[in-house]
Design a protein around this ligand. Structure first.
Ligand code: FES
Length: 67
């Protein structure tokens, strides 16, 4: 695990790794990381502030998808 569960991935919206994981389990698995990103953005509001966390959120999603 690169990110700890309590690590804040998006500081603007205070979205943690655990929040992203929870959101990921709230919908059916989508075919690619970009689609997952859009869905998770809707569910958690992550990456809707400065946008600086975009790559970090993608990383976190790929990591969770890889198990
Ligand atoms: S840190 Fe996520 S939008 Fe700014």
């Amino acid at each position: 695990m690169t990110y700890a569960a309590n690590e804040i991935i998006c500081h603007c919206k205070q979205v943690s790794m655990a929040d992203i994981e929870r959101a990921l389990h709230q919908h059916a698995t989508l075919p690619d990381v970009e689609k997952e990103f859009e869905e998770i953005q809707k569910l958690t509001n992550c990456s809707t502030g400065c946008g600086g966390c975009h790559d970090k959120v993608l990383d976190a999603i790929s990591e969770l998808m890889a198990g």
